[in-house]
Design a protein around this ligand. Structure first.
Ligand SMILES: *Cc1c(COP(=O)(O)O)cnc(C)c1O
Length: 222
């Protein structure tokens, strides 16, 4: 079996073990989905995972994703492509064309233009609102106190299918604090997109439903 497939299976088993441990302690947690974050890797490198049956892949650059996935997605429409990068409005058209999920919705301007292209292409995507959970100046995302208003606007004015919240917490020891805040913020939304190669095990106990894992599956990026 190919090495990257083995790595994915190892991660899946580790997740199941963690969930079994939590269950013994009285916490019932559903198995989260794994988004294999394939940015910078070619389709050739990714192919063993697709052949293994994995369907969820994450990218953070529109042009790269377009070159890599456009043709292939026609052959295999059941693939779920997740956009994880900063969303520039001049790329919104391609985002709507190529992707199924956007994890980085964070402005009214984006919501407006995405909504316009959804109508134009008669296609609905699923959205996560990116939350700037640690109030970091250099990071994107909506301030936690503004989530409800923004969510309401996305749904009522722009008719976007917002399914959850996403965060990129700082690389620190107390990631749990931020994961907990995310869980408290998500209220009625069904999904949470949090946990990466370095912290996905922690994210499980805070009920993350989408883990975004790159390095741990594909190896270091150049
Ligand atoms: C690159 C990236 C990931 C994956 O990071 P790893 O540390 O390689 O697992 C997850 N989420 C976002 C938004 C990313 O840009």
């Amino acid at each position: 079996m190919h090495e990257i497939v083995q790595r994915l299976i190892r991660i899946e088993n580790q997740i199941k073990e963690e969930i079994a441990k939590l269950s013994l302690r009285g916490f019932n947690i559903d198995i989260p989905k794994i988004i294999a974050v394939s940015k910078t890797f070619t389709l050739e490198v990714i192919m063993p995972l697709i052949e293994h049956g994995h369907l969820d892949f994450g990218e953070n650059k529109v042009q790269e994703a377009k070159n890599k996935w456009s043709e292939f997605k026609k052959k295999k429409p059941q693939l779920n492509l997740h956009f994880l990068g900063k969303l520039q409005t001049n790329k919104a058209k391609d985002v709507v064309k190529i992707f199924d999920y956007v994890h980085s919705l964070e402005s009214t301007k984006q919501a407006e233009i995405l909504s316009k292209y959804e109508t134009e292409y008669d296609k609905k995507l699923k959205y996560f609102i990116q939350v700037n959970i640690a109030h970091e100046k250099q990071k994107s995302g909506i301030d936690p106190k503004d989530i409800n208003n923004f969510l309401e606007l996305c749904k009522s004015k722009y008719n976007l299918n917002v399914i959850g919240l996403m965060c990129l917490p700082p690389y620190v020891d107390n990631t749990e604090k931020y994961f907990k805040e995310m869980l408290d913020l998500k209220i009625s939304l069904p999904e949470l997109s949090m946990g990466m190669s370095n912290d996905y095990i922690k994210a499980i106990s805070f009920k993350s439903t989408y883990l975004r894992i790159g390095t741990k599956i594909f190896g270091e990026r150049k």
